[in-house]
Design a protein. Structure first.
Length: 188
């Protein structure tokens, strides 16, 4: 069975764009370096649930032909912690990110991991930053996230692969940044 990265066409690509758009809620288009849509991360307002005091938002991973490939699930446990998971249609986790807001309201830290469940990348920054570095466990840069348009919300983010890692993991981290950036924040 192919990996989700292969299914959505991420192999041998080093530049991606994540565009925010409204479709029954906050949704995203992921494009390659020439502007072709690789997949959508599309909100469905009926997918919102509250389970054990946690808010769960599910977005559907959809290819350009409209086929559902999987799910991008965000789990808000409390104001300072949100988990994100990218799952295929069979419920297997391919990548995940864990966002923690620091004591300074606009600062955050993200850990990202692949299907093995072990953290393999980290990213941190402040909402007002124009870009972020994603580092591997050895501290070396594996990808960059750059704000390309908009002011307060992440209307468009660029993701540049600079190391050898499955691109799906930095893309999940970038989607987590975009969702975090999009949350209304007092004092920013």
């Amino acid at each position: 069975m192919p990996s989700l990265s292969q299914t959505v066409g991420l192999a041998n690509r080093t530049r991606f764009t994540i565009e925010h758009y409204l479709h029954q809620g906050h949704s995203f288009r992921v494009r390659d370096e020439v502007g072709s849509v690789l997949f959508l991360v599309q909100m469905d307002p009926t997918s919102y649930q509250v389970v054990d005091h946690r808010s769960i938002h599910t977005r559907y991973l959809i290819d350009p032909m409209g086929q559902r490939l999987g799910f991008f699930r965000s789990i808000l446990e409390h104001d300072f912690h949100t988990g994100h998971e990218l799952l295929d249609n069979w419920g297997r986790v391919h990548a995940a990110g864990d966002v923690r807001r620091t004591r300074m309201a606009s600062a955050f830290e993200i850990r990202g991991w692949g299907s093995g469940g072990i953290p393999i990348v980290a990213c941190s920054g402040k909402l007002l930053d124009q870009g972020f570095v994603i580092s591997g466990q050895d501290g070396k840069e594996v990808a960059r996230i750059l704000k390309q348009a908009g002011s307060r919300a992440a209307d468009t983010l660029g993701v540049l692969m600079t190391g050898t890692i499955d691109p799906i993991i930095p893309l999940v981290v970038a989607l987590a940044v975009a969702l975090y950036w999009d949350r209304p924040m007092d004092g920013t």
